[in-house]
Unconditional design. Sequence first.
Length: 302
Amino acid sequence: METDPQAICAQLNALAADASLLAPGNLAGREEALGLVEWAEALVRLRKWEDLAALRRRAGSLRRQLAQVDRALFDQVRAGIRSGALRGEALRARLDPFTRYRRGERGQVHAGYDALDRLVEGVLRLGRPPTAQRALDREMIQLELTPARAVLELVDSVPLGPGDLFLDLGSGLGQVTILVHLLTGARARGIEREPAYCQFARERAAELRLKGVEFLNLDARAADYGEANVAFMFAPFTGSILREVLDRLERETRARRLVVCSYGPSTATVAAQPWLRPLGPTAAHPYALATFASGESLDADS
Ligand SMILES: C[S@@+](CC[C@H](N)C(=O)[O-])C[C@H]1O[C@@H](n2cnc3c(N)ncnc32)[C@H](O)[C@@H]1O
């Protein structure tokens, strides 16, 4: 990275003159530009350059300008969701341009985040997650968000609609639960042991006036799975807790067919369950979305 103040100032000036950064869809470009702004501000702070007032001002004004474009984009998508106009395919058409994932590309490795995650964070207002109130017990995994493009792959891979109940076991800030509901119309239930995350997720859903979404502040071992027919987990726990939850899910299959989707390190244990069969092609990588169904091997479109 550049460390010469004049060169950085010239780069910031070039960014300020770059009209493409003001195009609402260029979220990724703005994120990259903000990286330079942050770098400039950090250097000013660290080196206490007194003659760098101009650099500080330039960085600050560019930051404000870019943040304003982002805010307008987030507010517009948010308003569409709140009004009920942006659902299903209409919402999907707004999301797709922000990610490299393309519909039907199964088995991709979704490591790291992209501009779609920035969009989802801004639209759902996930930016200030609360501090956890409870310590994690052994075998419980802390909060980390599923990349949004893995959720797009999930809704592309699993037939879901208003007659279904989707479960996110260890739902964190609630964005998987909310997105699945918005994109498919399925009822969606997040189960989260941490009260602060659960409350945060409830507030995000209430602000968007979502009726088909709920969050239960419970341990996944004790929660009511209701009539759930699709369950998702992003490595919420390991070892005996994971085994206990999988045993509970297996018991649910006595009443109905169950689809289990997994992302992250828990996938290997899920894949080893004798009562589950791969639903469509699966990649062996832990950060590829893996989908399974109870009973016979089935295609996603059957
Ligand atoms: C890796 S995060 C995944 C969050 C969310 N599903 C997502 O993908 O964005 C795991 C979450 O599981 C929660 N968790 C851990 N143990 C749990 C348990 N026994 N019951 C319910 N939630 C649990 C953690 O608090 C954390 O929010």
